[in-house]
Ligand binder design. Sequence first.
Ligand SMILES: Nc1nc2c(ncn2[C@@H]2O[C@H](COP(=O)(O)OP(=O)(O)OP(=O)(O)O)[C@@H](O)[C@H]2O)c(=O)[nH]1
Ligand SMILES: [Zn+2]
Length: 203
Amino acid sequence: MIKEIKSYEKIEQYDTEITEALADNYKVIIENLGEDVTREGLQKTPERAAKAMQYLTHGYGLDPLEILKSAMFTEDHKQMIVVKDIEVYSMCEHHMLPFFGKAHVAYIPNGKIVGLSKIPRVVDAFARRMQVQERLTDQIKNCIQEALNPFGVAVVIEAQHMCMQMRGIQKQNSVTTTSSFTGAFEKDKTRKEFISLVSNKLS
Ligand SMILES: Nc1nc2c(ncn2[C@@H]2O[C@H](COP(=O)(O)OP(=O)(O)OP(=O)(O)O)[C@@H](O)[C@H]2O)c(=O)[nH]1
Ligand SMILES: [Zn+2]
């Protein structure tokens, strides 16, 4: 597992033992798929795949609550704060194939605001794991609610699932939208305001 997340390109951030164990498994997988793992193009593939998979799941090494707590500020601002169009890359836990799209996050502060960059960081911390879109949506909402105790949190995620595009039902254009709300966003008026602020992005 990646221990410290700063630059993912540095090889020393990948735990050697885990990388070797994963690479050994990938070697078997490649062979089981009928390929020759000793041919030039595939020689380093088990190690590359091992690192790629660790990167794609590096959220397990992050503490989303701590990310928020690291940059909270007292502020008497009571209006809705919306961070929209946050790119999401996650891994479907059923097929271990990517799902990807955008997250739109809002909250109404109750005495505390959070550093803006921490919202996409929290999205990433939960997305970079084996996930289902519904749980990802709820986890982001719950984390913001717990850290900031705001008047309300709203999270909407729109995503395309490779397991529905490259295989299986093979629907190339279907987009799944999930949403999760707390507090003030359970009220029609507030929810509508949020939806209208992000609606040009909602299909
Ligand atoms: N609810 C939900 N389902 C998901 C998500 N990602 C993938 N799935 C679904 O997980 C289900 C797994 O169903 P199974 O019938 O066990 O697997 P499968 O035979 O590969 O299913 P097909 O994809 O229909 O071929 C599929 O319907 C996927 O579309 C997600 O984020 N949320
Ligand atoms: Zn899937």
